[in-house]
Design a protein around this ligand. Structure first.
Ligand code: SAH
Length: 345
């Protein structure tokens, strides 16, 4: 797909024309990854964070937030729950918490890999290479690190580096690949200052990085953050990407077309914009993964990277048959096995 075609879709507003995009994305999804919807249990293991990202509600700059880090036993219990529910994967996500030590987490990963058949995905931010290598050696299978935007100037504005340590997420993604992880990345949609051109470049980068997993969601302003307070400028009129549900579906569909065999979730942020059926529409327009939240309720409320997250729709109700029923009503099946990327040769 050329840059011009991607841009045309990103700017398309005619529902009848968009039906063609949805149909193409759904057909590509079916052909390349089939009807299985893989479930990944999300466990938000810590809301402590050393960074000051201008978009994120658990930024170190948010001094009013009560901070937590789950114990090794609590994490193991959540993993057992994921396995008992028949999920193939547990995803351990956190702020960039330097209190999550190399050996401590390696022990936690080994424990899950010993006690269960689960795949383990980590999403712990920009960690030193030695940590990433140790966790891979301990058995971690996958790592998620969104590059957030491919526009270097915008990235610098919303994602300040730690003193003396430039933030190069693209380089970390390459290193993760060399270490043998399945590699996931993605962007937020509708960040103030994000242009249509830069979003089209993001989609090209998904293909260029040959991503195994692609997570995209709308930017949702959090009032305690600089972006939520409107302190950073929008792109010029006509260039600013809106942070809407519709734009998110377009990016999910286009991600499917440019990376046909990637695993693509219908993300929580999308479900929050449309509680009734955002997730179903995501699955109908290119997505093949759902990540139900298994974080214990008392912590979940404190992992509010954007408003509403702590009360995300894919939580308690999903632990019963509700989610499986919704998947089956769509003519899809709940994925068996670990749900890795299967490359088409
Ligand atoms: N500390 C980890 C995990 C961050 S949370 C890391 O930095 O990778 C996972 C994702 O949530 C982020 O990568 C970002 O894309 C998304 N996110 C954070 N704040 C958001 C907001 N206000 N609106 C929408 N998505 C947000």
């Amino acid at each position: 797909m050329t840059r011009a075609e991607v841009l045309r879709w990103l700017r398309e507003s005619d529902p009848a024309a968009l039906d063609e995009l949805w149909a193409r994305a759904d057909a590509t999804r079916r052909e390349h990854v089939g009807d299985a919807v893989h479930l990944r249990g999300l466990v938000e293991i810590s809301n402590r964070c050393a960074r000051s990202c201008a978009y994120c509600g658990i930024s170190a700059a948010n001094r009013d937030l009560i901070r937590y880090r789950m114990t090794a036993g609590e994490i193991a219990a959540c993993a057992r729950q994921a396995a008992a529910l028949g999920y193939g994967t547990v995803v351990l996500q956190a702020g960039e918490d330097l209190g999550i030590g190399r050996e401590w987490l390696a022990g936690g990963v080994r424990r899950i890999k010993t006690e269960s058949p689960l795949a383990v995905t980590l999403s712990l931010g920009e960690r030193p290479e030695g940590d990433l290598a140790a966790w891979r050696a301990a058995g971690a299978d996958r790592y998620l690190l969104r590059f957030e935007t491919s526009d270097a100037v915008l990235y610098g504005r919303i994602h300040p580096p730690l003193a003396g340590r430039p933030s190069d997420r693209i380089a970390i993604l390459a290193r993760l690949r060399e270490l043998g992880y399945e590699v996931g990345s993605g962007v937020m949609i509708g960040i103030p200052g994000q242009t249509f051109d830069s979003l089209a470049a993001d989609l090209e980068l998904f293909a260029g990085l040959d991503l195994d997993m692609i997570g995209v969601g709308p930017f949702i302003p959090h009032p305690v953050t600089p972006l939520g307070r409107g302190e950073l400028p929008d792109a010029p009129a006509g260039e600013q990407v809106p942070n809407t549900e519709l734009m998110t579906y377009k990016v999910v569909a286009l991600a499917r077309l440019v990376c046909p065999d990637a695993n693509i979730p219908a993300t929580t942020a999308l479900a929050i914009l449309n509680i009734a059926n955002g997730r179903e529409l995501g699955l109908a327009r290119g997505a093949n993964v759902v990540m139900p939240n298994l974080t214990p309720a008392r912590y979940r409320a404190l992992y509010e990277i954007y408003p509403g997250k702590g009360r995300s729709p894919n939580t308690a109700a999903d632990r019963d048959a509700g989610l499986s029923c919704a998947i089956e009503r769509m003519g899809r099946t709940v994925g068996a096995g670990l749900g890795p990327r299967r490359r088409r040769l």
